[in-house]
Design a protein around this ligand. Structure first.
Ligand SMILES: Nc1ncnc2c1ncn2[C@@H]1O[C@H](COP(=O)(O)OP(=O)(O)OP(=O)(O)O)[C@@H](O)[C@H]1O
Ligand SMILES: [Mg+2]
Length: 356
């Protein structure tokens, strides 16, 4: 039993990501809602509830071999995770969202949770913190959004907008921090979806706060993109419950990033170079700059085509210099580096049939 209260079920899923010293971040699915629960060391006077939960009785590691030490450390992490859940379990009323079918919840509460996307997989971010002598729920903008980008006003006229109840977040691990796999929800009457197939939602939380402008650049650029087989298709923006934009939706490209490809036939190299070049020409005709050109921003799809993605701009050392970043000239410099990268890929043995 992970939870402190007897009547609580075993958490369906639990992972710890200790992203800083004296911080625990536990992802847990509870009564169908996905929570990201955060605790941070409280610098005030001890003892604080959160500090107690973050304290793991140090296990002596002297004399242990490497494997034993790793095992002891993960046991310590697990203890912190368990203590975090116990603390949250003792204060359910403070932070838990009512389940959709909860008979005692008010219609207003349930509707707010629905609009926030909590019933269709959007993570519910929570932090408890001692203020005075009470453990309180912290306003989300005061914690996890402190380092990450924040939702922005909709300054993108004409772009399709998904409200959170129109998307369903898949229960899989995020593709990257703040980048989630989603599907369009079915319309209750017609059974149809606004877009078919798996989609990717890149949120503003995947950017550092200092890079918030890059999210705006990406939304603007995606909104202007011409439909092209070698450019990631864009479907619209995501707004949170207060109408602020916090995500962008593109098609999910099933494949492998070019940067991870280890060999290619001569025909594949030529095909990918010409596909990327064709995509760039079409963009440049409309004065759209790709930006952060690199092999890591090209997906080689399972059908063997090169598709460019990531329109957040900026630059990556070794590909385009800061000076040439976000220019058409920089795009071609990056393109030539991609061609060099392709030329360096070993050709597979004759027996090997695939590059994947
Ligand atoms: N449409 C997509 N289909 C499949 N995977 C995707 C898609 N969009 C993003 N990803 C995955 O998420 C990763 C990060 O996405 P993206 O490159 O857009 O973000 P980023 O944070 O700007 O990355 P970086 O700064 O490392 O280039 C990609 O490398 C890819 O693995
Ligand atoms: Mg990228």
């Amino acid at each position: 039993m992970l939870w402190y209260q007897k009547d609580l079920p075993e958490a369906e899923l639990m992972t710890v990501c200790a992203f800083a010293l004296k911080t625990s971040f536990v992802e847990v699915v509870f009564k169908g809602i996905r929570y990201n629960l955060l605790l941070e060391w409280n610098k005030g006077i001890d003892p604080f509830a959160e500090n107690g939960a973050l304290f793991s009785r140090d296990r002596p590691t002297a004399g242990m071999n490497f494997e034993e030490e790793v095992a002891a450390q993960s046991a310590g992490q697990f203890t912190i995770c368990e203590q975090t859940l116990q603390l949250y379990g003792r204060h359910l009323d403070t932070w838990a969202v009512p389940a959709q079918d909860c008979p005692t919840a008010s219609a207003v509460e349930v509707d707010a949770a629905r609009r926030a996307g909590y019933y269709n997989g959007f993570p519910c971010h929570r932090q408890l913190r001692t203020v005075g002598d009470a453990l309180m729920l912290v306003d989300p903008t005061e914690h996890y959004l402190r380092i990450n980008g924040r939702p922005i006003a909709n300054m993108f006229p004409g772009l399709y907008v998904f409200t959170r109840d129109r998307l369903v977040v898949q229960r899989r691990d995020p593709l990257a921090d703040g980048i989630l796999l989603v599907e369009a929800a079915r319309d209750e009457e017609t059974g149809e979806r606004a877009v078919e197939g798996l989609l990717v939602m890149k949120t503003v939380y995947s950017y550092f706060r200092r890079d918030e402008q890059d999210f705006i650049r990406e939304a603007r650029t995606l909104g202007k993109l011409p439909a092209h087989p070698n450019v990631v298709p864009f479907h619209g923006l995501v707004v949170d419950e207060s109408g602020m934009v916090d995500g962008l939706v593109t098609s999910y490209l099933d494949g492998k990033l070019l940067s991870k490809i280890q060999q290619a036939t001569v025909a594949e190299r030529e095909r990918w170079a010409s596909q990327i070049g064709a995509a760039l020409k079409v963009l440049h005709e409309q004065e759209i700059v790709w930006g952060d050109v690199k092999a890591g921003n090209v997906m080689i799809t399972s059908s063997g085509d090169a598709v460019i993605l990531d329109f957040g701009g900026s630059w990556t050392p070794g590909w385009v210099t800061e000076e040439d970043a976000d220019t058409i000239r920089g795009d071609w410099i990056g393109y030539n580096k991609i061609v060099e990268f392709l030329e360096r890929l070993p050709v597979p043995d004759e027996d090997a049939t695939t590059h994947m």
